[in-house]
Design a protein around this ligand. Sequence first.
Ligand SMILES: [Zn+2]
Length: 138
Amino acid sequence: MKIAKEFYWEMGHRLPHHKGLCKNLHGHSYKMCVELEGSLDKNNMIIDYFDLTKIVNKIIEPLNHAFLCEETDHIVRDFLINNNFKVYLVPFVSTAENIALHLLKLLKEQLKSYNNIERIKVRLCETNDVYAEASDTI
Ligand SMILES: [Zn+2]
């Protein structure tokens, strides 16, 4: 059995070493679909949507209207921090693939205690027509 829920937030980023437009400061309306697979618990649910929303919102809140900045991107990092802008520092290039993997890891940690959940899939859409998807066991 599977359940899934979509979540949305706004976030800026850039790919510092990209040869094209992605090196510029820009943002996306991100959409993430979290899919969970497992067996039903005593309440006949994989997880209560309310609990899933609480878990995911806690992860998304620091990202929403923040700039996702690679730690080594000193030009942008220093500008954001020195001017008190909302910044979310990461040790990786902020491709959709890496963001999906990062969110998958954070979600996995939060779902460890749910023994009935076996697999998780995170689909991250940067725009309407592209997505990166990562999945793992819980
Ligand atoms: Zn982008």
